[in-house]
Design a protein around this ligand. Structure first.
Ligand SMILES: Cc1cc2nc3c(=O)[nH]c(=O)nc-3n(C[C@H](O)[C@H](O)[C@H](O)COP(=O)(O)OP(=O)(O)OC[C@H]3O[C@@H](n4cnc5c(N)ncnc54)[C@H](O)[C@@H]3O)c2cc1C
Length: 324
């Protein structure tokens, strides 16, 4: 790969077998590479689906690069940081684009620190017609800021893929496949995960239907209405942060900036006001339905369908309808 390339960095498998958010970040990467007159590379680390090459071609990737190592069979942050940093030292890319999932927060800033580059997180757009102008959300999505990145260093950019739409390239490519050689023999992981909070069962991030409840439910007992409706619709129950903090439901159900970033086909929010920190986790839903007794609640600004009324009366009716 030529130096100065735009490199999308991915690992892990999302719901379609590809790394989560990869196609959305590749779409942005292709636009950035075209504007910067640079190559688009896709660096995929660890085990990966056999759909990679086909997807790389569909999304206009010039070179598909793989780092495989027994130490990268599952998420291993110290090893990943070492792998990406060594890759940068040999290839000198202009920018690394990561999908911003929880794990990225452990990787992107450390890679930037190690290679002497810069890092920007919460990115929603990049203009590469001159110096890189990177638009990112700030204050929990309340405002946008634009960073101008100049200089010769490599920039690590964590992209909020839920703000993007995947678009295959008009002219598909036939990417060169390369195995990247890195020496990870001396890297030791400093932390071991001994227990995962939710090792089994479907994940909120992968759900097609989510029914979420908030403080408007009134009491912890009423959260069962959310669980019942979610089950009747074949979806998963979600929650706003205050009711997680109050212990009505565990934190694996929290949607938002400090919870899960979801992308369902249907998101139904009952008794949730629509604070920006909550919307950061559900605004990419294809259809958002809100039930709130306050017609001025900000959630209605985002909702495709809004029901003004008492969720304690409306949820039982929806459960009946869904069951029948
Ligand atoms: C750094 C930071 C990070 C945060 N991260 C998150 C996060 O990840 N996720 C998150 O959710 N929040 C997060 N928050 C909190 C966020 O700012 C809001 O406080 C929170 O989302 C509000 O939760 P809520 O909508 O359930 O409660 P409220 O804001 O109290 O809203 C309750 C809503 O219910 C309605 N209501 C009341 N009774 C009924 C009824 N009977 N029927 C119908 N509607 C009714 C009310 O009109 C109101 O709109 C974060 C805040 C900060 C500062």
């Amino acid at each position: 790969m030529s130096s100065n390339a735009i490199v999308v960095v991915s690992w892990g498998e999302g719901r379609d077998g590809l790394p989560a958010g990869a196609v959305e970040v590749l779409t942005l990467g292709r636009k950035v590479a075209a504007a910067a007159g640079a190559d688009l590379a896709w660096l995929v680390i660890g085990p990966a689906s056999d759909k990679l090459a086909e997807t790389a071609g569909q999304y206009g990737v010039a070179s598909l690069e793989r780092i495989e190592d027994a130490k990268l069979e599952s998420f291993a942050p110290d090893t990943l940081v070492a792998a990406v940093s060594q890759y940068c030292e040999s290839n000198n890319p202009k920018a690394l684009l990561f999908n911003q999932i929880e794990e990225t927060r452990q990787i992107a800033p450390r890679v930037a620190g190690r290679i002497g580059g810069g890092v920007v997180t919460n990115v929603i757009d990049i203009d590469a017609s001159g110096d890189l102008k990177v638009t990112a959300t700030a204050f929990g999505g309340d405002t946008n800021v634009v960073y101008e990145l100049s200089g010769a260093s490599t920039f690590a950019i964590a992209v909020n893929s839920t703000a993007l739409v995947a678009e295959p390239a008009e002219a598909p490519t036939n990417p060169a496949a390369e195995s990247v050689s890195v020496d990870l023999s001396s890297v030791e992981e400093r932390f071991a995960v001994t227990q995962r909070p939710q090792a089994e069962g479907p994940r909120l991030e992968d759900a097609d239907i989510i029914v979420s409840g908030g403080r408007g439910l009134g009491t912890p007992e009423n959260y069962k209405l959310i669980q019942e409706l979610a089950a009747a619709l074949g979806g998963l129950p979600g929650a706003s942060r205050p009711i997680v903090d109050e212990g009505w439901i565990d934190s694996s159900h929290q949607v938002g900036l400090t919870g899960k970033i979801t992308r369902p086909a249907l998101y139904l929010a009952a008794g949730i006001s629509g604070a920006s920190q909550h919307m950061a986790g559900c605004s990419a839903a294809k259809v958002l339905v809100a039930i709130n007794k306050d017609e001025a609640a900000s959630i209605f600004r985002y909702a495709r369908y809004g029901i003004v009324g008492d969720c304690l009366e409306i949820l039982p009716e929806l459960i009946k309808a869904a069951k029948s």
